[in-house]
Design a binder for this molecule. Structure first.
Ligand code: 3HC
Length: 311
């Protein structure tokens, strides 16, 4: 049996690959690509919501949003650490994000125009992320799978708090309900785009399914998200912005309209409403935070020198 065949048989038997194990170069490369983009998405994903921390309508809402945004930072750190186990330097990943070379989820390039957007993001964006990340808990790469298990525990709080905001607004005054409907109209289709291109157009799915990195296809997870979102929308008394949405008894799923793939490709290419602003904010934060990194390194070096001298 070749080393590749042994690797595939090990993965097919539902074993986890660990950092010290032999792996095909392509497996390592696609994992660095995906985990890095996942980590970037968590960090950039802090920005749209961070924009509303100082404008939350109550102290309770402010505390909840603060906790959620801090969670996202932690998710990013778990994932950068998982990527580093594959032999990539974190500085390289950060540089690729800042230079525009690396991707992050298209969803974070849309503006948060009202407080209802914070509800829609928690409900839909974190809801979509949960569908995707629950599947990724079974990914074949050990460090990524363990990061997912940890992250999924926190995501359900993220989704619940968002849906609670949408309940308060949709059961509130007509103006509040309209604000919730407006946010749903703007966030629904970009949330479906989070699952990636259709299976027909996905560049990585087929190989990544063989390697059990991806356990379910983009379209399968998207369909699961649509099916769970329809009753949640009905409970809110809101309407999904899709005239083609219809229950299909035969399929046992909801049929839904065609995604605007031109919009998807434009946003992924960097031409979304907030792409430029998001990267500028990230670069500024990184540069303004340099002193913290320098101080941490200096302290670590001082401690290491002291230990060497004492030894
Ligand atoms: N935004 C930006 N790029 C996207 C994208 C999106 N929504 N969907 C797909 N792409 C890119 C892919 O990265 C790939 O480009 P690349 O070759 O340059 O990397 C290309 O489009 C083709 O897509 P594929 O389907 O072939 O790519 P994948 O097999 O990697 O599948 C994915 C795409 C389903 C997003 C997969 O990468 C994945 O599961 N990633 C991990 C989960 C993740 O990143 N979620 C994003 C949000 S995280 C989040 O929401 C945090 C929450 O706490 C708020």
């Amino acid at each position: 049996m070749s080393v590749e065949e042994k690797f595939q048989a090990f993965v097919d038997a539902e074993n986890k690959i660990e950092a010290k194990d032999w792996m095909p170069d392509g497996y390592r490369k696609t994992l660095i690509r995906q985990i890095a983009q996942h980590a970037h998405s968590e960090i950039v994903g802090m920005l749209p919501e961070g924009n509303w921390i100082s404008r939350a309508p109550s102290l309770r809402r402010k505390a909840i949003l603060l906790a959620k945004v801090q969670d996202e930072a932690g998710h990013g750190l778990y994932l950068y650490s998982a990527a580093e186990t594959l032999g990539i330097e974190r500085d390289t990943l950060i540089e690729e994000l800042h230079s525009g070379k690396a991707k992050y989820s298209s969803i974070f390039n849309y503006p948060t125009l009202s407080w209802a957007d914070i509800g829609a993001i928690g409900w839909l964006v974190d809801g979509a992320a949960i569908v995707n990340q629950v599947a990724l808990q079974r990914t074949s790469y050990g460090p990524y799978s363990r990061a997912m298990i940890r992250i999924c525990k926190e995501e359900s709080f993220h989704q619940r708090q968002g849906y609670e905001i949408m309940i308060s607004l949709s059961k509130g005054t007509p103006a509040q309900k309209q604000m919730a409907q407006d946010a749903l109209n703007r966030w629904w289709w970009p949330s479906l785009m989070m699952f990636g291109p259709s299976d027909r157009d996905s560049a990585h799915s087929s190989q990544n399914m063989i390697w059990k990195i991806k356990r379910q296809s983009n379209d399968e997870l998207r369909q699961r998200f649509v099916d769970m979102s329809v009753p949640q929308t009905e409970y809110l008394g809101l309407t999904l912005p899709d005239p083609d949405l219809k229950w299909n008894e035969e399929r046992g799923h909801y049929d839904f309209g065609e995604i605007d793939w031109t919009e998807f490709n434009e946003v992924v290419k960097g031409n979304g409403p907030c792409n430029k602003q998001r990267i500028e904010t990230r670069v500024n934060a990184y540069e303004n935070g340099a002193w913290v990194r320098e101080a941490a390194v200096a302290y670590a070096n001082k401690k290491a020198n002291k230990n060497t001298a004492a030894a």
